[in-house]
Each structure stands twice: as C-alpha cells, then as structure tokens.
Design a protein around this ligand. Structure first.
Ligand code: SF4
Length: 455
C-alpha cells in the first residue's frame, strides 16, 4: 500500500470520515460497480446492512444520510453541502431513489437500511453489506465493504491485501519513521523534499503544490464559515456554536494577553469542528473528527510565526501528511479501532511534525515533535455522547492543537535526540488500541457517552 499525502488530506463533508465519508464512498462504489457490470438496469431494489460501530453510532454520525447520497452517485469531494437536505427530503418523501443518478427505484428506508447493532463483520468494526435485487427478488450482486478510517474503504479481499490504494513506486519508499529518517539522511534531503519527490510518482511538483494549496484554501474557508455561522449544531444535544462568539471577542476587544495566540488557536479549531459537526465542507486531517487540529496549527503558523510563508505551509502539509501515512500503515487512524488516540492523537502528532517542518527544524526535531504529539495522547478513548461528533470531539480538537504547538516547541528547544522513538510510540498506540475495550471505540457504550445525559 503506497500512500500519497493527498490520501491523508482529502476534501470531504462532515461529520465523520469513517461513518459518513467511508459509507458514502462504499455506496457509490457499489452502484458504480453495478453500472460497470451492466446490472444497473435490472436492479429493482437495493438493501444496505450496517454492522458494529457503524450501526451503534451511525445515526449520530449521519451514516444513513451518507449511504443514500452515495447510492445516488454522490461523492464526499464532489457533493455540494447545499443539495444534501433537498436530496434527502426528495428520497424520503417519495420513497424513491435515483440509483447512480440515473435509475429510479422504489426505496423503503426502514426495510432497506438495516442496523445490526449486535453484530460485527469479521474484517473491521465498521462493516457494511450492499445487496442489489432484480424484480423477482433474485440477488444480482452482493458486496461487503469496510470503512477503515479517514474516508478509506476496502472490500474484504482488499483488507487482507492492504491494497486500498493502487500500488505506486516512489523513489524513497519508507515503512517506518526510522526508514524515513535514514532515507533522508542517505540522500541529503529534508523530509519535505523527500515527500515531495515521492509525490512525483502521482503528479509533477507544480501539481502537488497546487493541490496542497487548494487543501489549505479549503481549510481556511472552513474556519471562516465557522466564525460566521451562528446557532445550534444538529442533534439532540443542542450544542451552541462557540467559535463565532470567540471570534467576535478576539476581534473586537483585542487582547494584550500573552495567551492571545492560544485563544486564537482554540477559535480556529472550534470553527472547523463545528462546521464538521454541521455536515459542512472540511478536509480530513487525517479524519473528520480530528479535522480541526492541522488547520488550527497551520493558521497559527501563518498568523503568528514571524517569516511564515506559503512555502512553510507546503512543508507543513508534506511532512504532516507523511507522519499520517506512518500511522495509517503501522497502526490505524480509525476511532473504531484505536479510540480517539487514533484520530485526535494522530492529528496532534501530524500537526506537531508539520509545524517543526514549517519552522525549518531538523529532520530529527520533526520526528521528536511527532513522537511527543502522540505520547501524551496514548490511551485517549472515543466516547461521543449520543453518537454525535460534538462532545468531546469539538473541544478535544482545541486541546489537541494547543498540545501540538507545545510538542513542536519542546522539540525545537532540543537537538532531536530523545529516548522514545516515533516508531515505538506508534507501536504503543496500536497495542493500546487493540487492548482497549470496545466500549471506548466509537460505540458510545462507555465513558462520557454513558455518564452524561443526552439532553
Ligand atoms: S471522540 Fe475522538 S475518535 Fe471519537 S468521534 Fe470524537 S473525535 Fe472521533
């Protein structure tokens, strides 16, 4: 499995990469397969079965909505958030679905979308089964998919082969942080140069720069929308958006506080995650639940660090993306597998490393910052109240962003030598996630989810 930085940073919609974007991608892939196999015109009914964590927290994470949109052929990247509500209203009020955007079939949602809360498919706790039937209810096609975090989707055979993305040969392959550092040392490269060279296996340097600046612009637009959207977030918790008020306070009153930058970092992170919670346009970094940390730290860099530049932004995203790849390859970025250490912890580690790269730290300082960013998130559980990506998720991104900046500062004060390596902390995160009880892995069966009343 060879990953690109653009597999880690993807434009999508909220509120969840594993429970919204993944199921939408899977549903779309299923109907496109029907088209390719010439089965679409014979399909009279489609059934969807959701298992494990998807079934337990899918309602709060909008999995049902994502599946309907995916069956109509929409993708998270291409979907205009403005058409979501009208499309869902049309499907639900007419009980008819426009399969792949071209074949209208009857669709009885309570019967055609089943939630198996007490069952898990063998490959992963985020399992889905799609079935297409003809007019006489004979099965035309049946497929199982897994949503493995960050919007990635795999069929069962692809899970085993770890082949979610096409095999691509890069000039500097690396499977661990040690291999990454050694390759950079051997070739006299800074980490961002090495990653940019690897990206050349997919597209030329100018195209990579353009794509990453687009990612940065989507992040900035998300923060702006978050600052100017008022009201309550969707769902039973009736959580009020905090970013607009904080933005107003910081803008109007100004502040001579030495902690002013931290207030702004909190505001940036809250803005992104409130947008995510409301189903808005975001960048997975590496997931939706943890989507606020990288943009908050990057915006901090651009606004508060002297000498900050677009080149620094590119260094940040290239290196932060490479750190995300290490977690994806050697552990997981799925809250359903690792708990929140796999989402907020990974984003914190990526942002810490990215900030050091933007500030022209050494390769060893980058590795040190990434390690610190994860070490102090180990064991972080996933226990969203009411299955909504709101509490603790939104505030946790603000905490993760501040922690990432501190990790970068600690690393920049040292020379890169340290006791615990990034590879060791990634292995520790994976083992901790495997040992963690399922009630703390995106099931809303433990932690805050059972100790705090939903309304
Ligand atoms: S608690 Fe963490 S892992 Fe769980 S949904 Fe929220 S952000 Fe994602």
């Amino acid at each position: 499995m060879t990953l690109s930085v653009l597999d880690i940073f993807k434009v999508g919609i909220g509120p969840s990469s594993s429970h919204t974007m993944g199921p939408m991608n899977a549903a779309r892939r299923f109907v496109l397969d029907l088209v390719e196999q010439g089965l679409l015109e014979r399909t009279a009914q489609v059934g969807v079965q959701l298992y494990g964590s998807l079934a337990l927290t899918g309602l709060g994470h909008c999995t049902d909505r994502a599946v309907l949109l995916g069956l109509e052929g929409h993708s998270p990247e291409g979907l205009d958030p403005a058409i979501v509500e009208p499309t869902l209203t049309r499907i639900r009020s007419s009980s008819r679905l426009l399969l792949a955007g071209r074949r209208e079939i009857a669709f009885d949602e309570p019967l055609d979308v089943l939630w198996h809360r007490d069952q898990t498919l063998p490959g992963h706790s985020n399992g889905m089964r799609f079935t297409a039937l003809d007019g006489s209810r004979a099965v035309l096609c049946r497929e199982e998919y897994y949503s493995t975090g960050g919007g990635f989707v795999a069929r069962a055979d692809e899970l085993d082969a770890k082949a979610e993305t096409a095999a691509v040969r890069v000039p500097y392959p690396f499977g661990s942080a040690l291999e990454l550092l050694e390759a950079a040392r051997a070739h006299g490269l800074e980490l961002h140069e090495l990653v940019l060279a690897n990206e050349g296996a997919w597209r030329d340097g100018a195209a990579t720069r353009h794509a990453l600046m687009h990612i940065w612009s989507v992040m900035q637009a998300c923060i702006e929308r978050g600052f100017h959207s008022q009201g309550l977030l969707p769902g039973v918790l009736k959580v009020r958006r905090r970013a607009p008020k904080l933005f107003r306070q910081l803008t109007e009153a100004g502040s001579a506080s030495p902690m002013q930058a931290m207030d702004w970092v909190n505001a940036f992170a809250l803005a992104v995650n409130e947008e995510n919670a409301s189903g808005g346009r975001i960048v997975t970094a590496p997931t939706n639940g943890a989507a606020g940390i990288v943009p908050a730290v990057l915006t901090y860099y651009r606004r508060f660090e002297p000498g900050a530049s677009d080149d620094g932004v590119l260094r940040f995203l290239l290196v932060g993306g490479a750190i995300g790849m290490l977690y994806k390859k050697n552990a997981s970025i799925s809250g359903a597998e690792m708990g929140c250490q796999g989402e907020v912890g990974v984003a914190c580690s990526m942002a810490a490393a990215g900030l050091v790269a933007a500030l022209n730290g050494t390769n060893e300082q980058v590795e040190n910052a990434a390690e610190i960013g994860m070490e102090h998130n180990l064991g972080l559980t996933c226990d969203p109240i009411a299955g909504l990506v709101q509490i603790p998720c939104i505030e946790r991104n603000a905490m993760g962003a501040v922690k990432a900046i501190n990790a970068a500062r600690l690393a920049m004060r040292g020379d890169g030598t340290h006791k615990v390596t990034l590879d060791q902390v990634i292995a520790t995160m994976r083992q901790t996630g495997e040992d963690m009880s399922a009630i703390y892995k995106e099931t809303s069966q433990g932690g805050l989810a059972v100790n705090v009343p939903e309304c």
